[in-house]
Ligand binder design. Structure first.
Ligand SMILES: [Mg+2]
Length: 254
């Protein structure tokens, strides 16, 4: 009998990618659209997106080069949050946006993992990760006893203003298994453990990279007709699907 572990992405994986026909942006973009946020904050955030997103997509950079650009990107975004005096209240308020909906069956899936003693690691490179992910899960009555969150934690002054981010900063280029090892979420040798990895992006497959699991079953929410997805993931679920099929998969394993 092997142990089981779930490693899952957050944005677009635990949450819906499309709500009422509208594509849902990442949490940081939802925050930037909050009415309380200075318009120039959004302008500067978008300028940084346009500057750094091409590096994120580039296939010509080495991993080290990409990590350098992605770190710089988040550091500059954090300076913008500070410059425009973004507060914890604004950030938490953005979590109540109607665009942020958990997929159907997510709560039941977490209950199932808890009842079956399966640990869950939520791995997110989202800029306002830890605080908001914890808030959204608790709001949906999800118990976090068997759940750990590897994501950016923000710190605030007594007056609520953002001050700094816990190191190391998680960005899209270090959202890899090695980061989970370095930050003591997991040891590299897991040959008695079967991992179920869940994501909505090809790069999410790297969340188990560098960890020696007995096996990894990759589940992706994406285009079921795209060979990119069908060749890389063991199970591809439609973009609008819920977690029911993943719960079935776990039931037969444990
Ligand atoms: Mg995602």
């Amino acid at each position: 009998m092997y142990k089981h572990l779930v490693i899952t992405d957050f944005d677009g994986t635990l949450t819906e990618k499309v709500v009422n026909g509208q594509k849902v942006p990442g949490l940081m973009s939802v925050l930037m659209s909050e009415p309380g946020i200075d318009k120039n904050c959004l302008v500067e955030y978008e300028e940084l997106f346009n500057k750094y997103h091409p590096y994120e997509q580039s296939t010509n950079l080495t991993l080290v080069q990409k990590q350098g650009f992605m770190l710089k990107w988040w550091l500059e975004v954090y300076s913008v949050l500070k410059k425009y005096k973004v507060t914890e209240t604004m950030i938490m308020k953005s979590c109540d946006s109607p665009l942020l909906q958990l997929r159907s069956g997510v709560k039941e899936f977490f209950d199932q993992c808890k009842n079956s003693d399966i640990s869950v690691i939520i791995f997110s490179a989202n800029g306002i990760g830890y605080n908001t992910i914890e808030y959204i899960l608790k709001k949906n009555d999800i118990s976090l006893t068997n759940v750990r969150i590897c994501a950016n934690t923000l710190y605030f002054e007594a007056n609520g203003q953002y001050t700094s981010t816990k190191q190391p900063i998680i960005h899209s280029a270090n959202k890899i298994g090695e980061t989970l090892i370095k930050n003591d979420f997991i040891a590299p040798d897991q040959d008695d453990t079967e991992c179920i990895l869940i994501g909505d992006n090809i790069d999410d497959l790297k969340m188990s990279e560098g960890i020696n699991f007995k096996s990894v079953t990759n589940v992706g929410f994406g285009d079921t007709l795209s060979s990119d997805f069908t060749e890389m993931f063991d199970l591809v679920l439609p973009i609008e699907a819920g977690f029911e099929k993943i719960s079935e998969l776990v039931s037969v394993r444990v």
